[in-house]
Structure formats: structure tokens, C-alpha cells
Design a protein around this ligand. Structure first.
Ligand SMILES: Cc1cc2nc3c(=O)[nH]c(=O)nc-3n(C[C@H](O)[C@H](O)[C@H](O)COP(=O)(O)OP(=O)(O)OC[C@H]3O[C@@H](n4cnc5c(N)ncnc54)[C@H](O)[C@@H]3O)c2cc1C
Length: 506
């Protein structure tokens, strides 16, 4: 008889776990609190525009990296049109000087040396490390928990050539590494490559992926990408229940045996997988009964990725000459909330994806980070008028800034859309409105949280609250690993059947 697996959460991790389990002869059901699949990997329609929230780059978009093979197990990657940007970003200083962070490493090196000859040594070191990482293909075909000695030896052997780069650059944060540059524009550009606390190694790996065209953007956007996987899941016989918030995980004889929804509806299964927010899984659905010290260390001390105020504008013109990823200084600080003020603004001009806006028009977005999620949640809950006014103030300020910087914006804005940390929590339940789970730092290193809980059988966790550092390939791999662990528990050989879906654009 086929075993049943109940999966909480239909984001990338839950979809991946479900799809691989269906391939391996399990009956699975995904319970998702939203009306759409994908979790934070999402986009939504606003009038004639599609607001794309998530994918900036997808590791494994090209066949030069082993993640491509993994994505291809789920969907037909050959049918997805990928844009490989020439520039990671353009960063500007107060005098209008621009630094182009090219994704081609030779061009990047030439640009860094030209703009900051005083930083030659440091720039060469940075680019050299990126080049070194280009050949790296992380072994990712089985979870480390299942690896035997032979596999571990093979893994270590494969990683041997990179140990020097890993050792040196995984221990230093991006912010600290940036301090080593003398040129202020370079210093700023490096410091803002990603989160300031993440190891610089992470940024170097991203440049390496982009250089070898393995971290592009899939045309159609985030929801279109997530839907492809959701469709494959259903095609394999998986059942996806929308609008179902799981409230409790049911435990009998120290084993997970089912889930309960608000109102008391109970679903029973042989396994329960939580691919949902980690905090509510551990502290609410399981009442805090299965916290080992590693979890407590993370939930009490470790940093999460921040939350966001995200503004999208639909503008009735093209922005052909504006960089797709652009960071520039502001004339006056932009107050996002009482604890958060920006001196530089980072915008995305989505002209590279014609599916997001009508012909001749453009989606422009600004992703503004904040850790003050409580402010937004309280405002939404207790003062709806002020909440609306604050959102309006932010939109208006952004329009004024863009009018001043780019011209011809104010009168051409046709669509505005704002999401706040309160929206993120309402939509995905992610703790503190974090957009990517646990922040990877020099202290956390590349360690992962355990996918199982001591004292609770038949229960697994996956997603960006287990796979520290988050991201789409990581969440997908975490779901795949869970499927492998369950297969191993059932003494089943893990099998994959590659995806063959036709292209779809919905
Ligand atoms: C703005 C933004 C930009 C990003 N850019 C990139 C990028 O360029 N590249 C990249 O690789 N990654 C990017 N990421 C990160 C990446 O998208 C995430 O790390 C990844 O998608 C996480 O997937 P997940 O399944 O672990 O979690 P989630 O997507 O959070 O999925 C969890 C799911 O569980 C559901 N859920 C929660 N609680 C319950 C409950 N009680 N009952 C039922 N369902 C529940 C939620 O609704 C959600 O659908 C970005 C994220 C954001 C927000």
C-alpha cells in the first residue's frame, strides 16, 4: 500500500518534496495557507502589469552548473527562456560616478582596475577568487545525513581544490571585506553586493555562477516558474489544497500522525513534512515540545534575513538606457519606518522581461529592507488609516525620487503597489517577515539545521528555515533531501523522472 505524506506549505521546498515523493510512489497532499503555490517565489497581477517579487537570479538556470540537473528533474528547463544579465548592478556615488559590476569576470576586473587603480591588489584578489569558483560544482545528489564514508571522501576530494578559497573568504563578512578597499565607490559597491553580514564567499560564488551563465532570470517571472513545478506536482498525482492553514501537528506515541486545521478538521498520514515557517512549526504547531539546543541557539540568537517594504510602479514608458539593477545615493535620507532610513536606493527596472508590462511600458520596483516588522504589523492591526497613509507616503517619496533621478516618471505612473512586512507575514507566515529565512554569516558558516527532531518520529522539516542561507535552489534541494530521507526510511531506492512539460506562460 502507498504511504501517505502530508506536507505543510506549498513554497519551493514543499513543492519539491511533494514532487520527488510522488516520483517515488508516495501519496502526498500539500496544505497551503494561500490561494496560490510558490510561497515567497511569487508575482501578482495589477491591472496590465505583473508585479514580480522574487527571482533576481536563479542558480542552476544554465547547464554549466549541477543545479540545472536538479531543476531539470522537476521541470523542462530547456523550455524556459533565460536572461543572463551583462551587469550584476550599477552603483553610483554622490558625484554621479558609476561602477558597472559586470558579470563577465574579465570585464569586471578591467572595470574595477580602471575605476580604482589604488585597489588593484584587492580587486584582483576578488576577481581571482570568483574565477577559482567557476569550476566548482557542489555535489548535491544526496543529503549529507545519508552519505556513507565513501561518498564523504568523494565529496571532500571534490572540494579539495576550493578549500583555500572557502577557508579564506567564508570567515569574513561582505561588510568587513569591503572595508579593505580604499576607493569609496568600490567600498560601497562591495558592501552592498548582498546582505552586509553574509560571507563574501557567497557573493564570489554568485559572480562565478553569473559568469558561467548559471544564475540568470527566467522570463515570465517568479510565479510562472513556481507554477511550472506546481503543475508537475499535480501531473504526478499530488494533491494541492489551497487556503488551508495548518494549526497543529498531531503526535501519537512520539510519532507525527497527522495535521489539524482551524475548526478541527483532521488529516492523517504516515509522515508529516513541514515546509512552512520554522518558528510557527516548532513553537505553535508542535507547542515548543521538540526544541533541541541547536534550534534554541538559532531562534534565540541567530539573525534572519530582514523583512521588506517593496514598491512596484507601472510606468507608461520604456527605460532602455537605465540599468536593470541600479543603486544610487539619495539627496536626502528616505525614512521607511521609525527605525529605518535609507541613504541609497536600490531599484530594479524590469525592462528585460516583456511579459511583465504592456509594450512600451515598464515595471520598476524598489526593495527596501527593514527589521522593524513589528511597527508594520501593529500599524496594520491597530491603525488602518495610518497604515494606508504610510504606504502612500512611501510610494509618493519613491515617485519623487525617480522623477528627480530619471525624469518622466511622475505623470506616467499607471500602477502602484506596496507590500510591507505585515503583508509578508499575512501572505507567507514567515517569522519576522523575513524574506529568506536564516541569514548565513561567518558564524553560521554553511551548516544546516537538522531536518528531523529528536524524539519525534515520521516528521521532517525542509525549506529556508532549515537550509541556512535560503534561496530557491537551496529550498528545492532541501525538499529533495527530505524525499530521499523518507525513501531511505522506507528502504526504497530514490528515483527521479525528469520533467518534460511544455512551456507555459500564465
Ligand atoms: C523579494 C525576494 C527576493 C528573492 N530573491 C531570490 C533570488 O533572486 N534567488 C533565490 O534563489 N532566492 C531568492 N529569494 C529567496 C527564495 O525565494 C526563498 O528562500 C525560497 O523561495 C524559500 O522557499 P520555502 O519553500 O523554503 O519557503 P516559503 O516560500 O516561505 O514557503 C513556505 C510556504 O508555507 C506556507 N505556510 C506557512 N505557514 C503555513 C501553515 N501554517 N499552513 C499552511 N501553509 C503554511 C506559506 O504560505 C508558504 O507558501 C527571494 C525572496 C524574496 C522574498
Amino acid at each position: 500500500m502507498r504511504k501517505k505524506v502530508l506536507i505543510i506549505g506549498g513554497g519551493m521546498a514543499g513543492l519539491s518534496a511533494g514532487t520527488y515523493l510522488q516520483m517515488n510512489g508516495f501519496d502526498t497532499e500539500i496544505f497551503e495557507l494561500n490561494q496560490v503555490p510558490g510561497g515567497v517565489c511569487t508575482s501578482w497581477k495589477r491591472g496590465d502589469y505583473t508585479v514580480d517579487w522574487c527571482i533576481h537570479w536563479l542558480v542552476g538556470s544554465g547547464s554549466s552548473d549541477s543545479f540545472y540537473e536538479r531543476w531539470s528533474e522537476l521541470i523542462d528547463m530547456g523550455h524556459i527562456e533565460i536572461v543572463d544579465h551583462e551587469e550584476y548592478a550599477v552603483v553610483e556615488d554622490d558625484d554621479g560616478n558609476q561602477l558597472h559590476l559586470f558579470t563577465d569576470l574579465d570585464r569586471l576586473e578591467a572595470e574595477l582596475l580602471e575605476k580604482a587603480p589604488e585597489d588593484e591588489k584587492k580587486s584582483r584578489e576578488f576577481v581571482q577568487a570568483c574565477r577559482r569558483l567557476c569550476d566548482l560544482n557542489m555535489p548535491n545528489d544526496q543529503p549529507f545525513e545519508m552519505a556513507n564514508l565513501w561518498y564523504k571522501m568523494k565529496w571532500t576530494w571534490k572540494m579539495l581544490p576550493y578549500l583555500g578559497v572557502f577557508g579564506k573568504f567564508s570567515r569574513i563578512s561582505t561588510e568587513d571585506y569591503a572595508r579593505g578597499f580604499k576607493n569609496p565607490l568600490l567600498r560601497k559597491a562591495i558592501a552592498h553586493l548582498f546582505e552586509p553580514e553574509i560571507p563574501i564567499l557567497f557573493c564570489m560564488m554568485t559572480f562565478a555562477w553569473m559568469h558561467k551563465k548559471a544564475a540568470g532570470y527566467p522570463i515570465g517571472g517568479s510565479m510562472n516558474f513556481a507554477r511550472r513545478i506546481a503543475d508537475r506536482y499535480v501531473e504526478l498525482g499530488g494533491r494541492f489544497y489551497y487556503g488551508k492553514r495548518v494549526e497543529k501537528i498531531l503526535v501519537e506515541n512520539n510519532c507525527a500522525v497527522g495535521i489539524q486545521l482551524p475548526g478541527g478538521a483532521v488529516f492523517r498520514g504516515d509522515y508529516v513534512v513541514s515546509a512552512a515557517d520554522g518558528h510557527s512549526t516548532l513553537y505553535d504547531m508542535l507547542d515548543g515540545k521538540y526544541l533541541d539546543p541547536k534550534f534554541e541557539e538559532y531562534y534565540n540568537r541567530r539573525k534572519t534575513f530582514p523583512s521588506l517594504v517593496f514598491v512596484a510602479l507601472g510606468v507608461g514608458r520604456n527605460f532602455r538606457s537605465t540599468p536593470h539593477s541600479y543603486m544610487f545615493p539619495l539627496k536626502t535620507p528616505f525614512r521607511i519606518d521609525p527605525q529605518t532610513e535609507l541613504n541609497d536606493l536600490y531599484i530594479r527596472v524590469h525592462h528585460f522581461d516583456p511579459t511583465l508590462a504592456p509594450y512600451g511600458k515598464t515595471l520598476v520596483s524598489a526593495m527596501m529592507e527593514t527589521r522593524n516588522w513589528e511597527y508594520w504589523v501593529n500599524l496594520q492591526r491597530n491603525d488602518a488609516d495610518k497604515y494606508a497613509a504610510e504606504k502612500q507616503r512611501i510610494v509618493q517619496t519613491l515617485i519623487d525620487i525617480l522623477e528627480d533621478k530619471l525624469g518622466d516618471v511622475r505623470d506616467l505612473v499607471e500602477m502602484t503597489d506596496v507590500t510591507t512586512p505585515a503583508t509578508i507575514i499575512g501572505f507567507t507566515n514567515n517569522w519576522k517577515g523575513s524574506f529568506e529565512g536564516w541569514l548565513i554569516t561567518p558564524e553560521t558558516g554553511f551548516t544546516q539545521l537538522p531536518p528531523t527532531l529528536r524524539g519525534l518520529g515520521n516528521f521532517y522539516m525542509c525549506g529556508h528555515w532549515v537550509a541556512v542561507g535560503g534561496g530557491l535552489p537551496t529550498a528545492m534541494m532541501s525538499g529533495r533531501n527530505t524525499a530521499q530521507l523518507i525513501c531511505a526510511h522506507e528502504n526504497k531506492r530514490f528515483e527521479v523522472h525528469a520533467g518534460t512539460q511544455p512551456a507555459l506562460l500564465s
